[in-house]
Design a protein. Structure first.
Length: 189
């Protein structure tokens, strides 16, 4: 069954996509948890990403301008090294609706987020916490499940890598979950 997407709009976001070896490490770390902490919708490895800015539904004809602004705004952005470490849940200190893995050095990701917001002329929607969403519990997890998740993702996860590019991604909501298609990649540096 196809999604009920308006053909005149695109659901877009800007993201960092970790390399395959990092995605494999995340998958290994979460595999056991997916049995213990069910029921939850665990994000498929090919869908894992760090969102820099969610644009939401935009008019299809705006795509070219968005691509041009990103190309201009990101061409002078510096590359940086990044690693995944630890994790938590949203909302904090309450039953969890989203489980995520964090980054070891948030400052360069936050700076890149601000650059994307600026070059697209958008407003930030509150505090930005760099993270990789790995699960969405079907019912909010209680504190005991949150503690189990946090213990399982403690420490480094996978190798550090150099963030060399950012992607403009289209998200299509389908009955089986979201499908993400990279529309364009932007090299940093």
């Amino acid at each position: 069954m196809a999604s009920a997407e308006d053909p005149g709009t695109l659901r877009l976001f800007v993201a960092i996509r970790p390399p395959e070896e990092v995605l494999r490490a995340v998958t290994r770390r979460c595999r056991e948890l997916s049995q213990e902490l069910a029921p939850a919708r665990w994000v498929k490895p090919q869908q894992l990403h760090l969102t820099l800015l969610f644009l939401g539904e935009v008019a299809s004809e705006a795509r070219g301008e968005i691509e041009d602004r990103l190309a201009s705004g990101l061409s002078s952005a510096a590359r940086f090294d990044l690693g995944l470490v630890g994790g938590g849940t949203f909302p904090p200190s309450r039953p969890a609706r989203v489980a995520w893995i964090g980054v070891d050095e948030p400052a360069p990701v936050v700076a890149l987020h601000r650059r994307v917001v600026r070059c697209l002329g958008r407003q930030g929607s509150g505090p930005f916490t760099p993270h990789l969403t790995v699960a969405r519990p079907r019912r909010p997890w209680p504190r005991s499940a949150v503690a189990r998740f946090e213990a399982a993702v403690r420490g480094s996860i996978g190798p550090r890598w150099t963030v060399e590019e950012v992607a403009l991604v289209r998200s299509r909501l389908e009955p089986t979950g979201a499908r993400h298609d990279t529309l364009r990649r932007y090299s940093l540096g």
